[in-house]
Design a protein around this ligand. Structure first.
Ligand code: NAD
Length: 335
């Protein structure tokens, strides 16, 4: 199989490229490093079946030769990123998805959109099933991501219905693992960085809000199985194991052996109260469910972030590989 992975240099994309290569496939990774960097795919650059194309998928997306599958992951994904890149996020969710679907249509390839649990907004049913239409603020700050993804879902389904493209949608719930950026603003890398640096862990609100945490290896299995199957989705992919932000912070303090305290900071606007996928459909249609215990995944993530922070720390100071504007590390922008 020859697959195109847009956003293939990102956190999830780089793991997906590795998996596809390990399964004997050829991979064309397309990325413009908007929210990532070469370091995530450096280990793949010499691989004989891996090709990297530095490109903004909003401009054009031509790929020579046979293409059997297009995995469309390109998009800022962390709240910190999409809040500082609102127009880029809307453009890649619309024009970028359009180009990726056109590529799949022209090559008679399968297509998979990585949508998000954010399509449900701040959900009023719990856990979330795929037939729930969501509770999204269409004009709030987070709408640049939520509505871009909802548009992408509509576009994918329109290509499926009107152009006969074998196009599918998954809705990914919070996923974590090695290669998350220490500065990406999501709860796990933020807490780990703070714990490792001995800073207070900034929990938003009273910390009772919950997220479900899926390890990246399990998520990648779900993406591959969805692409191979017949179901068009949307299908939820995530771990139904739910944890409050306060408990997560305490857990990370324990696992890192840190002496950090916990500091409560204001909640960001439209931050969802609860997040837990109902994965009945994924179990039935894909035979998929997460297998990695969250604690094991947290240990792997802590190890990776710890190495990354020490590499990025010349003269005893922790730094980051990606330039982030000063407001980029706003406390409380967790998802
Ligand atoms: P990420 O930011 O690490 O990766 C996204 C990649 O897309 C980056 O490499 C970035 O440079 C690239 N990109 C962005 N705009 C581009 C453009 N115009 N042209 C080319 N490349 C571009 O994020 P991630 O966590 O790996 O997320 C990957 C996908 O999964 C995203 O579509 C995201 O919405 C979705 N998702 C992720 C999660 C999660 O918990 N990580 C949850 C829900 C959905």
């Amino acid at each position: 199989m020859r697959a195109v992975v847009t956003g293939g240099a990102g956190f999830i994309g780089s793991h997906l490229c590795e998996r596809l290569l390990a399964e004997g496939g050829d991979v064309v990774c397309v990325d413009n490093f908007l929210t990532s960097g070469l370091h995530n795919i450096e280990q793949l650059m010499q691989h004989p079946r891996f090709r990297f194309s530095y490109r903004d998928v909003c401009q054009s997306l031509d790929v020579d030769g046979q293409v059997d599958a297009v995995f469309h992951l390109a998009s800022p994904a962390s709240p910190t990123d999409y809040l500082r890149l609102p127009l880029e996020t809307l453009r890649v969710g619309s024009a970028g998805t359009w180009n990726a679907l056109d590529l799949a249509a022209s090559k008679n390839a399968r297509f998979l959109l990585t949508s998000t649990s954010e399509s449900y907004g701040d959900p009023q049913i719990h856990p979330q099933t795929e037939d729930y239409w969501g509770n999204v603020n269409p004009v709030g700050p987070r709408s640049v991501y939520d509505e871009a993804k909802r548009f992408g879902e509509a576009l994918t389904m329109a290509y499926r219905r009107s152009r006969g493209v074998d196009a599918k949608v998954v809705r990914i719930f919070n996923t974590f693992g090695p290669r998350m950026r220490p500065d990406d603003g999501r709860a796990i890398p933020t807490f780990v960085r703070q714990a490792l640096e001995g800073d207070p862990l900034t929990v938003t609100g009273d910390g009772a809000q919950t997220r479900s945490l899926c390890y990246v290896d399990d998520l990648v299995s779900g993406l591959v199985q969805m692409m191979a199957g017949e179901h068009g989705g949307p299908v939820n992919l995530g771990n139904p194991h739910e944890v409050s932000m306060l408990d997560l912070a305490r857990w990370i303090i324990e696992l890192t052996g840190s002496s950090s305290d916990i500091q409560l900071v204001p909640r960001p606007q439209d931050d969802p109260e609860k997040r837990r996928p109902d994965i009945t459909l994924a179990r039935e249609k894909l035979g998929w469910e997460p297998k990695t215990p969250v604690e094991l995944g947290l240990r792997e993530t802590i190890l990776c972030l710890s190495n990354r922070l020490s590499q990025d720390a010349p003269a005893g100071q922790h730094g980051t590989a990606i330039p982030v504007p000063e407001q980029g590390l706003t406390a409380g922008v967790h998802s």
